[in-house]
Design a binder for this molecule. Structure first.
Ligand code: RB5
Length: 150
């Protein structure tokens, strides 16, 4: 699978471990920055991974900030992006199986590198179930997007 990985400065300490794990699993992981702990704005990195997905350069992404909150808020503003912060294995897997999440958000100030590696494995190994009820719910969300949230 082609994945995009990005972080802000708060997420930077976790990014290398996430990329290492993805590559160890045999996946392609494009590093879209940031490259240091110098302060940057997380929306810029949310845009980078969202565009990678929406332009077909990546199938999924991992986006890391300090808490995982800002990353998911920003990424979810892009039409067709379904981002979720998952700090437990159940959610990392189920968010894909049921909700077809395409951006896993992590908080580097909340979890450590080995839990992050576990979550990345759970996330990447999961597949959308395609169940009718889940498709129906995703279609409702897509309708929200089409109506600009009205
Ligand atoms: C940056 O200090 C921090 O606000 C950011 O990484 C993230 O946690 C926002 O949700």
């Amino acid at each position: 699978m082609n994945l995009a990985v990005a972080s802000d400065h708060g997420g930077f300490p976790l990014k290398a471990r996430v990329i290492e794990e993805l590559r160890k699993m045999g996946h392609q992981a494009a590093d879209l920055g940031t490259d240091s702990t110098e302060a940057v704005d997380y929306p810029d990195y949310a845009r980078a991974v969202a565009q990678a997905i929406l332009e077909g350069r990546a199938e999924r992404a991992v986006l890391i900030c300090g808490s995982g909150a800002g990353a998911s808020v920003a990424a979810n503003k892009f039409r067709g992006i379904r981002a979720a912060t998952c700090h437990d294995s159940y959610s990392a897997r189920q968010s894909v199986e049921d909700d077809d999440v395409n951006v896993l958000c992590l908080g580097a100030r909340v979890i450590g590198p080995e839990l992050a590696a576990d979550l990345v494995r759970d996330y990447v190994n999961a597949r959308f179930s395609g169940a009718e009820r889940h498709r129906r719910r995703l279609a409702e969300i897509a309708a929200f997007e089409a109506n600009f949230g009205k």
